[in-house]
Design a protein around this ligand. Structure first.
Ligand code: KIV
Length: 265
């Protein structure tokens, strides 16, 4: 068995310029398939509300949903680093946050992910102090879809870009050990990636981040509703699930994915 991926592995990958590969996963069988192909990180994303449950957004997902799927993914995983999403309103105050993060870690997560900027600084410090590593998530944070007025690219325009850069630095300073950047212009994602000393994983954020993540259903081209511009159907081009994952990993590692077509200006 290859050595388990840890926060130290991911940090040294960033430092050595080695791209980090990530996919969402929700069950043991796919987790095993992804793990065997060499995926570095698996996220039990609250995207499961959309791709598994058929909802319009992620707001219907509960902590117990994520706990159930985290347990399943953990069963199928030997090497990859496992992150669990904290769903909408599950980290609104500190008591709730610690209680819910404890459930996700006990289910098999090695890190929890939270969406948002400045308002999370104390939450991140508190989780770290209690032994819970945290992944931040900035840009198009789907739990705020109704604030944004839809699933829209974020960080366009100098002021918004500056704010996102400052928030990324503040989150890193507070103690996040990884950052997901979703749907932001490539140039901004590059700036943020260079400005923080933690791995930055992009989705719809261009090729200059330290790694890439896709929702597995998008990568297989089987999402029920639509195919986001930033994703690519690897099953179509390979005709086989294992080959599709292998090809995704190779293209992320070589820098071939994402191309211009899958990125925003
Ligand atoms: O919920 C999710 O799957 C995510 C990824 C899109 C990063 O947050």
């Amino acid at each position: 068995m290859n050595k388990k991926v840890t926060t130290s592995t991911l940090l040294s990958m960033k430092q050595q310029g080695q791209k980090i590969t990530a996919l969402t996963a929700y069950d043991a069988s796919f987790a095993k398939l992804f793990d065997e192909q060499g995926i570095d990180v698996m996220l039990i994303g609250d995207s499961l509300g959309m791709v598994l449950q058929g909802s319009e957004d992620t707001l219907t997902v509960t902590v117990d949903d994520i706990v159930y799927h985290t347990r399943s993914v953990r069963q199928g995983t030997q090497r990859a680093f496992v992150i669990a999403d904290m769903p909408f309103m599950s980290y609104a105050n500190s008591e709730q946050t610690y209680h819910n993060a404890a459930k996700l870690m006990a289910a098999g997560a090695s890190m929890v992910k939270v969406e948002g900027g400045d308002w999370l600084l104390e939450t991140i410090k508190g989780l770290n102090q209690r032994g819970v590593p945290v992944c931040g998530h900035l840009g198009l944070t789907p739990q705020s879809v109704h604030v944004f007025g839809g699933f829209k690219v974020q960080g366009r325009g100098d002021l918004q870009a500056e704010q996102l850069l400052e928030q990324a630095q503040a989150l890193a300073h507070a103690g996040i050990q990884m950052l997901v950047l979703e749907c932001v212009p490539t140039s901004l994602a590059e700036k943020i990636t260079l400005a923080v000393n933690i791995p930055v994983i992009g989705i719809g954020a261009g090729a200059k981040t330290d790694g890439q993540i896709l929702v597995m259903h998008d990568m297989f081209g089987i999402s029920a509703n639509y195919m986001p511009k930033f994703s690519k159907n690897y099953l179509e081009q390979t005709g086989d699930m294992r080959e599709a994952v292998k090809s995704y990993i190779e293209e992320v590692q070589s820098g071939a994915f994402p191309g211009e077509l899958h990125s925003f200006n």
